[in-house]
Design a protein around this ligand. Structure first.
Ligand SMILES: *[C@@H]1O[C@H](CO)[C@@H](O)[C@H](O)[C@H]1NC(C)=O
Ligand SMILES: *[C@@H]1O[C@H](CO)[C@@H](O)[C@H](O)[C@H]1NC(C)=O
Ligand SMILES: *[C@@H]1O[C@H](CO)[C@@H](O)[C@H](O)[C@H]1NC(C)=O
Ligand SMILES: *[C@@H]1O[C@H](CO)[C@@H](O)[C@H](O)[C@H]1NC(C)=O
Ligand SMILES: *[C@@H]1O[C@H](CO)[C@@H](O)[C@H](O)[C@H]1NC(C)=O
Ligand SMILES: *[C@@H]1O[C@H](CO)[C@@H](O)[C@H](O)[C@H]1NC(C)=O
Ligand SMILES: *[C@@H]1O[C@H](CO)[C@@H](O)[C@H](O)[C@H]1NC(C)=O
Ligand SMILES: *[C@@H]1O[C@H](CO)[C@@H](O)[C@H](O)[C@H]1NC(C)=O
Ligand SMILES: *[C@@H]1O[C@H](CO)[C@@H](O)[C@H](O)[C@H]1NC(C)=O
Ligand SMILES: *[C@@H]1O[C@H](CO)[C@@H](O)[C@H](O)[C@H]1NC(C)=O
Ligand SMILES: *[C@@H]1O[C@H](CO)[C@@H](O)[C@H](O)[C@H]1NC(C)=O
Length: 603
């Protein structure tokens, strides 16, 4: 049967699978709460990836993210690439001896493949991101596979073994990049598409869906606001909800394509509906690549002077003073298409354009205005400078995304919302529901489970009274416990544009043999067998259940609520709850639980 997910979970998760950015708290029907526990399909919570707290880049400053690469782990800092689908690291050749002082630190540290026990070389290919190639940014890199972990050591963020890495020396990209696009990489040296980091996390049931929310952060608000990346969801505290949802572009390499309906600064229009255009949102590059006519309008409005030698808008001190005095902001009106429909305004203050550029892009460090003259429409790009003031949430399963203005509230707690996978949809959807008998069965089953849980609670309570300190020991264990390998293959969609990389050099050979060895790092899926994936019914009377669940599953939330109602032992239950890894939800108060539960329901 295709209907493998038990009917129950499929049924109620289908309603949960739709979500809404202008979400409003709604009351929950008790029946919905109860249904959740009839099957214990585990839905992981989204992952909030912490920034490195460094300001990096030769054309920034930009907020970078920490990665650990190889075994033993080498710490590097990388930028997020909304367009990339592999991890790019800098290799020693990227810092030629004696050329740039502090080069390695400046480039976010090197990845030395010869010092990693788990490095599996593939071959030499072009970096080959289509949008970057259109911008003239591309070079060769040594491709291979190695273990990649998000975050600094000890942050508990996920690891993917055998993840595709491009070890590059080019100056086109100063730091490494971490690709959050879930496209697989296709190499002529392998018959199978190589799954992306995101797909591996999804296959491993580490994130709830192939989706993310990202904003680049900036140094000019407050004392600097670091970038924010959520995998499998988005952070609602970072942006104003809008009604704008944009379907992905038909070209898979240009999925985050928006219509730029107009650009204004103060009262001056820099572009309007008569010269509206489509641009790709792409955090891989720093600048805004706009039509030449729009650049000319910028020159007139801001008094910018184009530097023909560097092909950039270099800003000297006198010009900087006058730009500060002008204090003009830039407002982009974006929509699904280049006219009409829902639109959203993103406003960039001048501070967002007041950046510094240094070697290797210019000889001497100088201020610049991050605007580039695009040669044609394949180059129209809204780069990282734009993402300083915009939040993007992208859903690769429903193939749509949203772009919204950031909100700036100092020290606001994060509010992570889940984007549920379409996998949870009932495959028989369209035909009508579930029989009365089945519902009766469900209700009885659920009641039985509640009874068992109530019994378990009573048992726990008694035990607790006897032995007060026992409960403390039941508290959360670290996620680090079980190593659960993931299934190797990813669901691959048919795609006429599939790019295949052919080796561009011959330095690395016998990669096939090595690949066979690497096969060992991708054993069959066994994640459901991990000790902490205990089934709910198996938990009846087994009070360690709470302590053994990993902190990032939905099951906890789904189950807490009815228990609170049944039995006024809420405070005791809280003692047994594992920590959540997101600190903002750590408070453990009822408001927090309610919030998490609502998110699970997908409102
Ligand atoms: C729960 O769903 C899984 C598939 O996701 C299935 O293998 C399992 O048998 C179901 N369990 C019950 C109790 O229905
Ligand atoms: C690894 O490579 C670096 C740079 O090429 C070199 O300096 C170092 O000696 C190598 N280490 C080993 C153990 O081969
Ligand atoms: C799957 O996820 C677990 C943690 O949830 C991790 O330990 C394991 O390495 C992952 N497997 C792969 C193949 O990435
Ligand atoms: C979204 O749409 C609703 C109803 O159409 C409207 O009331 C609301 O103002 C809109 N919100 C925004 C931000 O445009
Ligand atoms: C739109 O822009 C063009 C030049 O770019 C200008 O001639 C025209 O007046 C503008 N229209 C409006 C309504 O602002
Ligand atoms: C700054 O740049 C402007 C425009 O290129 C130029 O006219 C001016 O002389 C420059 N000022 C200095 C101090 O270099
Ligand atoms: C620049 O303008 C903004 C409003 O657009 C204002 O809040 C800010 O204080 C101004 N800055 C300066 C230096 O005038
Ligand atoms: C860079 O700065 C140095 C020292 O200030 C100066 O001698 C040199 O001419 C500058 N180079 C350029 C291209 O401006
Ligand atoms: C767009 O411009 C780039 C850079 O000049 C050029 O390489 C490319 O061929 C152009 N594409 C089209 C479709 O004209
Ligand atoms: C994608 O579309 C669904 C409805 O089809 C909508 O609920 C959701 O908010 C959209 N997602 C994004 C990220 O815009
Ligand atoms: C690799 O091929 C698959 C289809 O086999 C395609 O979906 C994917 O987009 C391709 N990847 C790239 C980077 O083109």
């Amino acid at each position: 049967m295709r209907f493998q997910t038990a009917a129950l979970s499929a049924l109620f998760l289908e309603s949960a699978a739709s979500y809404d950015f202008s979400s409003v708290a709604r009351s929950i029907l008790p029946a919905q709460r109860l249904e959740k526990r009839a099957n214990t399909t585990e839905i992981p919570l989204p992952i909030n990836v912490e920034a490195s707290q460094y300001w990096d880049g030769a054309d920034g400053p930009w907020s970078s993210f920490p990665l650990q690469v190889g075994t033993p782990a080498q710490n590097i800092r990388a930028f997020i690439s909304t367009n990339g689908y592999t991890t790019w690291t800098v290799r020693p050749l990227g810092c030629p001896a004696g050329t740039i002082t502090g080069c390695e630190e400046s480039r976010g540290e090197l990845f030395l493949t010869n010092q990693s026990l788990t490095w599996v070389p593939n071959s030499i290919f072009q970096l080959g991101l289509p949008n970057e190639m259109a911008l003239g940014l591309d070079d060769e890199a040594n491709y291979g596979f190695d273990t990649v972990t998000l975050g600094w050591q000890g942050s508990g963020l996920p690891t993917v073994q055998h993840s595709t890495i491009a070890n590059m020396a080019t100056f086109d990209f100063w730091l490494g990049t971490f690709g959050i696009n879930p496209q697989p990489a296709n190499f002529t040296t392998y018959t199978d598409p190589q799954p992306s980091f995101m797909t591996q996390l999804k296959n491993n049931n580490t994130i709830p869906s192939l989706s993310w929310g990202y904003t680049a952060g900036n140094q000019y608000r407050f004392s600097g606001v670091y970038g924010s990346l959520v995998l499998g969801g988005y952070d609602q505290s970072k942006f104003e909800p809008t009604n704008l949802t944009i379907p992905f572009g038909s070209d898979v390499s240009r999925d985050l394509l928006v219509g730029v309906q107009s650009i204004t600064t103060g009262s001056a229009g820099l572009s309007n509906t008569s010269d509206a255009f489509y641009a790709l949102i792409d955090s891989t590059v720093a600048e805004l690549w706009l039509p030449e006519s729009v650049c000319t309008a910028f020159e007139n409005a801001f008094g910018l002077v184009y530097d023909e030698y560097y092909s950039r808008y270099i800003v000297n001190d006198t010009m900087h003073q006058s730009l500060l005095a002008l204090n003009k902001s830039i407002t982009l009106t974006l929509g699904q298409s280049n006219s009409g429909g829902q639109t959203v305004d993103i406003t960039l203050p001048y501070a967002a354009m007041d950046l510094e550029i240094s070697y290797p892009y210019v000889a001497n460090s100088t201020r610049y205005f991050p605007l580039r003259r695009a040669a044609n429409d394949t180059q129209y790009t809204l780069g990282r400078a734009f993402l300083q003031e915009a939040y993007v949430a992208a859903d690769y399963e429903r193939r749509n995304f949203t772009v919204a203005p950031c909100v700036w509230e100092q020290n606001s707690a994060s509010d992570i919302r889940t984007i549920l996978s379409t996998d949870f949809k009932n495959p028989n959807s369209g035909s009508g529901g579930i029989s009365g008998g089945a519902i009766a069965g469900i209700v009885i089953g659920v009641l039985a489970i509640i009874a068992i849980l109530a019994g378990a609670l009573w048992f726990m309570r008694r035990k607790k009274q006897q032995k007060k300190h026992a409960a403390v020991e039941l508290e959360a264990k670290s996620l680090a416990a079980a190593q659960t390998p993931s299934g190797p293959s990813s669901p691959v969609k048919e795609d006429p544009h599939a790019g295949i990389s052919t080796p561009t050099g011959g330095e690395l050979d016998s990669s096939r043999q090595i690949h066979e060895i690497a096969g060992a790092s991708k054993p069959n899926a066994a994640e459901m067998d991990a000790p902490w994936r205990g089934e709910l019914d198996a938990a009846g009377g087994h009070h360690e259940f709470y302590g053994k669940l990993p902190q990032n599953t939905f099951e906890m939330e789904g189950n807490n609520e009815p228990i609170f109602e049944m039995d006024a032992t809420a405070t005791q239950l809280h003692e047994l709850e594992p920590d959540t890894r997101r600190q903002s939800w750590d408070s453990g108060d009822d408001r927090g639980d309610e919030k998490r539960y609502l998110q699970m329901q997908g409102y």
